[in-house]
Ligand binder design. Structure first.
Ligand code: 3NM
Length: 227
């Protein structure tokens, strides 16, 4: 697949919102089954965007990390689903990924933007101030979390609840936003009702046996209103 936004400039907010609806974040340490199988099953279930986040104790490094990124990217290309890299602009550029996602402690958003051109740029934000800065610095979307308690991020901020999304929308923030942190099929509906364009999940998909992933993704899709 050519880059999601091809040569026609930055992605439109409308297209970005579609991509955020059922967003899978994945690293090998999160997976119960083999990571490639997890991604293939999740793609078959209908995930709309995939982020490679190879972090935490036991995470792959060096060539093994690169090899896994390439494997997962190839699966996403076959399914024509954009593939973005967490917190590593060098890796994203090296493999020609569709974009990057950065946190507040990573490379500054404006630096990342200038390095990646028109590729997708997501930024994790926790306050209206961080959101406004990310917007000025060229973010295509915001990751807002943790909405609920999460077991997948050791250094997560305090739980915000879905109210943070309502609050940010109430303050006039129109940028595409995805909720993240502890989201399950049972909670996805209220995250979207509170103002998110979609849900980003790790364990609700990756902690499943391979044979249950497709259905797990389909259940979440139903809750965010995708048929
Ligand atoms: N970022 P799970 S919470 C990667 O709050 C990540 O910014 C978060 O995993 C944030 O779906 C989180 O298993 C972990 O809770 C999400």
């Amino acid at each position: 697949m050519s880059r999601e936004n091809g040569s026609s400039g930055r992605i439109s907010p409308a297209r970005m919102r579609e991509l955020l609806r059922m967003y899978l974040v994945i690293g090998s340490v999160n997976c119960f089954a083999e990571p490639l199988r997890v991604v293939e099953e999740a793609l078959a279930g209908g995930v709309t965007l995939v982020q490679f986040r190879e972090k935490g104790p036991g995470a792959l490094t060096g060539d093994a990390r690169l090899a896994l990124a390439l494997q997962l990217q190839a699966a996403c290309r076959r399914a024509e689903v954009p593939f973005i890299i967490n917190d590593d602009v060098d890796l994203a550029l090296e493999i020609g990924a569709d974009g990057v996602h950065i946190g507040q402690d990573d490379e500054a958003a404006d630096t990342a933007r200038s390095r990646i051109g028109d590729r997708l740029l997501g930024v994790s934000a926790h306050t209206a101030e961080e959101v406004r800065l990310a917007d000025r610095q060229g973010a295509d979307y915001l990751g807002i979390g943790p909405i609920y308690p999460t077991v997948s991020k050791a250094d997560a901020h305090a739980v915000q609840g879905p109210g943070i999304l309502r609050e940010l929308r109430g303050q006039g923030i129109a940028l595409p936003m995805v909720g993240i942190g502890g989201i399950t099929a049972a909670l996805a509906g209220e995250v979207v009702s509170a103002g998110a364009d979609g849900v980003a999940v790790i364990s609700a998909v990756t902690a499943m046996p391979a044979g249950e992933i497709r259905t797990a993704v389909q259940r979440i899709r139903e809750q965010v209103g995708i048929r």
